[in-house]
Design a protein. Structure first.
Lengths: 254, 59
């Protein structure tokens, strides 16, 4: 669908994002991380300080949603719809829009858990629905990304990223079923949202900014983000499998 | 929602506006969203209202 180069709009968007990053860094510096407040996420890209800052940022929205009587399930299904739209946006080559939708879906994913805890509706039913819907949502986004990279070698990388992302969750679920808790890993769900969402955002902006020079839109940044995502997700899935196997071997009868 | 709570909303609306402007033919909707984001962003930057007691009412 994108037919024109819009370097002026892209430049204004860069300024707005730059100003927001400055404000965000100021807020981030003021965040105090409570010991034991956030679960230990091992060597995750996104540390507890950034997680606490983002939680604080979206807390007023969570409060407002609770006041309106919104149920966490509504947000979970909305997240699925937004992820499908992100997939469609990737498939239609609307890369900046796809990045925005991916980040928005990630925000909804954080909001539904927070809302469930705030309203006292957190429980096994919600956790199960959330996990299943998350996998469908991820698959929808990767499907769109696959359509975007059809006909190129990047399609293999997209398939690897999709498979490894699902394996990260599967290994944890299987290990938990066998009594081993796994929270470590550099490419957990928020990290995957950030790599893909921001990768697409930056790619969309770079494509419009360089379009007058190149005469076409180039999405090398998105390709790089997908390669990083595939590598990080594969590494996390393998590390988790190794940790679970080690923990189970210790407890296994000889 | 307080002024500060509107900041992420303004940012998300602005980015949706930029996304539609950059990637689609929905230029009218994009410009409307960017205008809404500017208004919400301006509201979010206002200082939070504080309790005011006039000097006459002070004891």
């Amino acid at each position: 669908m994108p037919v024109e180069c819009r370097p002026g709009t892209a430049a204004v968007a860069v300024l707005v994002i730059g100003a927001t990053i400055v404000l965000a860094l100021r807020g981030l510096a003021r965040v105090q991380v409570e010991p034991g407040g956030e679960p230990d996420t091992g060597e995750a890209f996104i540390g507890p300080r950034v997680r606490a800052w983002y939680r604080g940022l979206i807390e007023p929205i969570e409060e407002q949603l609770a006041d309106w009587g919104t149920r966490p399930d509504h947000l979970t299904y909305t997240q699925l719809a937004v992820s499908v739209l992100a997939g469609l946006a990737f498939a239609s080559r609307c890369v900046f829009l796809a990045g925005w939708l991916t980040i928005f879906a990630g925000t909804l994913d954080i909001l539904d858990g927070g809302l469930a805890r705030r309203t006292g509706l957190a429980g096994p039913h919600g956790a199960f629905i959330d996990s299943v819907v998350d996998r469908w949502a991820e698959a929808a986004t990767f499907l769109g990304l696959g359509v975007f990279f059809r006909g190129s070698a990047m399609l293999v990388v997209v398939a690897l990223a999709a498979f490894s992302s699902l394996m990260v969750s599967y290994v944890r679920a299987r290990a938990e079923g066998l009594g081993v808790e796994l929270r470590s890993g550099s490419a957990q769900r928020p990290e995957r949202f950030v790599i893909l969402g921001f990768g697409a955002w930056i790619s969309g902006l770079v494509a419009h900014l360089t379009c007058p020079l190149l005469g076409r839109q180039s999405h090398l940044v998105l390709a790089a983000a997908v390669i990083v995502l595939a590598a990080a997700a594969t590494w996390t899935a393998v590390e988790r499998a190794r940790a679970a196997a080690a923990a189970l071997r210790v407890g296994a009868p000889r | 929602m307080t002024g500060r709570g509107l900041r992420p909303v303004a940012f998300l609306v602005a980015m949706l506006g930029f996304g539609l402007r950059l990637d689609t033919r929905w230029q009218g909707t994009a410009m409307a969203l960017l205008a809404v984001a500017a208004v919400v962003g301006a509201l979010s930057l206002r200082p939070a209202p504080r309790a005011f007691v006039s000097p006459d009412e002070r004891r």
